[in-house]
Design a binder for this molecule. Structure first.
Ligand SMILES: Nc1nc2c(c(=O)[nH]1)N[C@H]1C(S)=C(S)[C@@H](COP(=O)(O)OP(=O)(O)OC[C@H]3O[C@@H](n4cnc5c(N)ncnc54)[C@H](O)[C@@H]3O)O[C@H]1N2
Ligand code: MOO
Length: 406
């Protein structure tokens, strides 16, 4: 019996995942997932310091002439103290001398040689940066399960961390069977087609942070397929496409079955992709996607991506859709929850004009998709839809307004 999309995701959610760890230097850890919590070793800033090149002063000297007592540069520890009638010249980032109540920028004073005249208004604590105002010592800076961006790596570096414990990349093995398939570097003969699914799944899994292996083209007999599966069982996930429906001349399904694959689900109430199957042999997950290219890709984006995020050890692995408006009224044949690929222009979701399950181009031009509920017959223009993006970087071919105004 077919299960719903949510039930299928629920099954993936409940799986116990065996996560392995490794240590990496922080610069190599971008895109990886932290395997433990990291805490601040020091306050940031580490000491009170100046935000401007200027003069450290007392507030009571506002508008007065003060003598320049000393100069302090970044990296220096000044012994001098600010007292009434005196200012200490200070550079950006330099430790604030004792007694500082504000820093006045160089350009705001009248320079008289050995003294300066301060402005008529000085705010308490102006241009002063305080220890711990950015990061407080002992606060958690990276949580276990967080994906490491370049800027989280900067945060680790600012705390003196050189190495970080991360989860191992999920190992993914991608498979191709089907005697009509040729690789793009081979010669096509009558009624043959190029295998576009394997390159799609290989590169997308890589893009999502997996270590990917391609088990070349396998002979279309059961023993060869079984041998290839046995060789791939050190992977966390084997992905295949094709041979999941009811057609003849496909041994993929049988080969997995004979190797003891436990079926987690085998039919989903989804269009396209009803035959998408997830199983497990030992600790290796097996995702059998439909052969139809768009069906394979859309189902990979829903179930494969979700599973990979779990295999990466990410703590936030649920989809976070973007609320978009539907550009035009949309009609839908009720029956199955349906995945509609489309574009997102920052405000509107625009379904693609053509998107048959056997097509390749729609996946290349979509920004993401919406999933229309099986009982929904139509969605009105401007209706809010839940858009699931493929990529988060939002760019366009035309220059757009980027400044927010009142
Ligand atoms: N009588 C029925 N026929 C079909 C049904 C059904 O329920 N009853 N389901 C249809 C649906 S839905 C889909 S999806 C496909 C799924 O079929 P398979 O997963 O068994 O895939 P194949 O038959 O091997 O291939 C389908 C289609 O995709 C092309 N293909 C396969 N692999 C690749 C690849 N690596 N790169 C590019 N294209 C590929 C293949 O040539 C076929 O055109 O079955 C429907 N039929
Ligand atoms: O449901 Mo199939 O998976 O149409 O393409």
């Amino acid at each position: 019996m077919a299960i719903s999309i949510k039930e299928a995701l629920g099954i993936i959610d409940k799986q116990k995942i065996m996560l392995k760890k490794e240590t990496s230097c922080i610069e190599e850890a971008v895109g990886r997932v932290a395997a433990k919590d990291y805490y601040a070793n020091i306050d940031l800033p580490t000491f009170d310091n100046s935000a401007m090149d200027g003069y450290a002063v007392k507030l009571e000297d506002t508008g007065k002439e003060v003598k320049i007592l000393a100069t302090t540069l970044a990296g220096e520890q000044s012994e001098a103290e600010v007292t009434p009638g005196y200012a200490i010249k200070i550079m950006t980032g330099a430790k604030l001398p004792k007694g500082t109540q504000a820093v006045v920028p160089l350009e705001d004073v009248e320079y008289l040689g050995e003294s300066v005249i301060l402005p008529k208004k000085i705010k308490e604590h102006a241009n002063m940066r305080f220890a711990g105002e950015d990061v407080a010592k002992d606060e958690c800076i990276i949580e276990k399960g967080e994906e490491l961006s370049a800027y989280k790596i900067a945060l680790l570096a600012s705390q003196g961390y050189s190495y970080i414990e991360i989860h191992r990349k999920p190992k993914v093995n991608v498979f191709a069977t089907g005697h009509e398939l040729k690789m793009h570097y081979e010669q096509l003969h009558n009624a043959q087609i190029y295998n576009s699914n394997t390159p799609a799944l290989l590169t997308r899994a890589k893009e999502l942070g997996c270590e990917v292996t391609f088990t070349g083209k396998i002979e279309d007999d059961k023993e060869s397929i079984k041998e290839a599966i046995r060789n791939a069982l050190d992977a966390d996930l084997i992905i295949t496409s094709g041979g999941v429906s009811v057609g003849e001349a496909d041994f993929t399904k049988e080969a997995f079955k004979e190797l003891g694959m436990e079926i987690l689900f085998s039919k989903i109430d989804i269009k396209p992709g009803k035959p998408t199957t997830l199983g497990k042999i030992g600790n290796t997950f097996v995702l059998n996607l439909p052969g139809n290219p768009l069906a394979a890709i859309l189902n990979f984006e829903i179930f494969g991506r979700f599973l990979i995020n779990r295999l990466k050890g990410k703590k936030s692995y649920y989809f976070q859709p973007i609320k978009a408006k539907l550009q035009e009224k949309f009609t839908h044949k009720p029956g199955r929850d349906t995945v509609i690929p489309g574009r997102f222009d920052g405000e509107y979701f625009i379904p693609l004009q053509k998107y048959g399950p056997g097509m390749v181009k729609p996946a290349a031009i979509m920004d993401g998709f919406i999933i229309v509920d099986k009982e929904t017959e139509s969605l009105s223009k401007s209706k809010n839809v839940l858009f699931i993006p493929l990529f988060c970087e939002s760019t366009t071919s035309m220059q757009e307004e980027i400044i927010t105004k009142h």
